[in-house]
Design a protein around this ligand. Sequence first.
Ligand code: ADP
Length: 594
Amino acid sequence: MNKRTYTAIDALYLTFQASPVVAAVHVMLSALQAVMPTAVMALATANFVDTAMNLLQGNGIHSDIYVPLILLLLVLGVFTTMGSVIQLVKSNIGIKLQRKLKPAMLHKHSALDFKYIENNHSWELISRVTRDPATSVMNGFDAFIRFGQTLLSVFSVLVLIVTQVWWAALTILAFSAPMVFISLRAGKKNYHAGRDAERFNRRTEYIGDLLVGRENVDERVLFGYGNALNDVWKAQYEAGRLLQLKVTAKMFIITKASSMMIALISLLIAMTLVNPVISGELSAGLYMGIVGAVFSVIHQLGFQMSSTLENISRAGEYMKDLTAFFAMDEAEGATSLPDAEPMPFQMIEFRDVRFKYPNGDRYVLDGVSFKLNKGLHYAFVGKNGAGKTTITKLLTGLYTEYEGEIRINGKELRSYPPKTLKALFSIVYQDFARYNISLKDNVSIGDTAGTDLDNRVYLAAKQAGLDDLILKLKNGIETPLGKIREGSPDISGGQWQRVAIARSLISRTPIKILDEPTAALDPISESWLYEEFEKLMRHKTTIFISHRLGSTKLADEIIVIEDGKVIESGTHDKLMRDHSVYAEMFESQRGWYQ
Ligand code: ADP
């Protein structure tokens, strides 16, 4: 799958591409299924009724009825079993579609430029497109098949009627055309209403998760916010439901009114066809067969057609989203692995760097300049929202549309391939991941290209202070962590933090960044952990980010950020002597560390 314009018809194309043979079998079976209950049934009924009437009038012998009866039963039998066979074929197509679409989507998803992930609007589109692509395409395919089936049934019945009474065929045709148009519009409107309702549904889903999820059960019980949140949930749910109901009700009335009209017409046709029967132009059996077939076709036109066409326009709208998804820019090298050997690092320099987020109108970094040299420890401090994390996002190449220059070893950052940048930095984020996999895998993903992992995992885990935990784990470092498996231990928040730090320790990147992964700890524990990390990282380049200053004393240089600018820098002693903003902050926090 690639960047191009997708339309509703791609539901057919993609399905045939994913599973050509089974899809072709499906089409053939469906064609048979379409003519079975209408034209073939009409003929079988006619044959049976006419033979029976002949018998009643004393013509022919008793056994004449057997063949028409068996034929009638055969048609009925084939028709009823065909439904199940088609279901089987459909589930096979579904699996094949899943196999084709899901990997393509995941690939695109992981290659997407970071700006789409952080933007609400594009994130909604991405979740909409990737949620269940196989079902969306399959529903479109199914709708086209049903549409074809209805056309085929109408056509076969029309052929049957034309050969008997041509004008009746014309009348049915004239009234079905506007039905198709109305149904198509109803489909589009319904889809849009669904999309608007989706916003509410997503919120409802989120609040629903809060209400029953395991993550926040402690707070839910402690604060007792369940009932209040329940009301919010109900309000969101109602808003979404009413929105959808309004459109559906309106469209229901329009489409059903027109199907009533068609039903009335078919009644008239049935009454008019009585004359040819009386005059002997049409046999009684054929009359019954045709009237039965007309009613069955009318049912399809009036009751199935609108939902079929709705699904076709739904598929069209999905394909629009798909087009937008595949048109999204990919970040070059987003899926590449870090270089196996990091390049030697000497220096980083920010020169008057200014940066706005793609969806923001404010400079979050507004002329930032500083230098970081190999082997030294740096601390970025400043209040929440000052721009500290943004600096790390630029450093690691997540956003490249900044003004000014960022130089690594004297060369502009943007001239390095992403895999080189990835091999340069390891970051322990504030919201570091807690992977529900084994301790060993949790740590070793810090160095995907590494060897001798068992020993190095042990070492890193030990350095991060996890030796006690390893002793307690049933299968040592092979034990799965988290609540996902029966019997696996759920380790404490502090232990998860240490796992994340071990991941950073095992990585061979020359620069280690700790971006407030300790925000959940009290100031003293945080400061203690930073000190430990600092000891382990002697002679390596580290960047500590924090709004708490207990850990910064040890840094070779402290860089104070405020409102996207560097307002001062220097050692702890220098900044304290200068009665700086830092000194003021430090004094105000002094109490935390006593
Ligand atoms: P710090 O790490 O110092 O707490 P950040 O660098 O996270 O601060 O944020 C700096 C500013 O940028 C804040 O005002 C924040 O709201 C804004 N910001 C952060 N991420 C985004 C984003 N993805 N889109 C728009 N604004 C953002």
